[in-house]
Write a protein that binds this ligand. Sequence first.
Ligand code: FES
Ligand code: FES
Length: 173
Amino acid sequence: MAISISLTVNGTPVTAEVEPHSLLVQFLRDPLRLTGTHIGCDTAQCGACTVHLNGRAIKSCNMLAVQAEGASITTIEGLAANGSLHPMQEAFRNCHGLQCGFCTPGMVMSAIALVQTQPDASADDVRRQLDGNLCRCTGYHNIVKAVLEGAAGMKAASSNASADAAASATVTA
Ligand code: FES
Ligand code: FES
């Protein structure tokens, strides 16, 4: 018997009927057609299905859709804003941090969560912390470079946003 769930996906409220055994990744890919979230193993080993749940990176093959009731989910499709890629997406493009691209959405989602908790992560930290994301093309060297460049881009974007907020506060004061 289907169960009704309500959650927010990429900033949009969604209510849907799901089978109790449906995985979150199946819910995102099938009814919602957010196919940027990939299924590489569906046994929580490859990280291709990584999304953010309430700001934390999780493997969406490792969770039932019904368990996401009330949650806020961000997928790779939700990262670009106003027609601009997220700094981490830009960095993967710039550093050639992908080959076939199958692992890339999960890598990007994990990398953003890593940088949010550890903004000054070193290359060794990146290698250690992203060990739950596998790349079958094995382009790890450029992936690490991309994550470090993405971290710098996220820092710059956040300082620009703070400067804009301060300028606007000065103008309205
Ligand atoms: Fe989820 Fe591989 S598909 S970890
Ligand atoms: Fe092909 Fe990673 S780029 S799996």
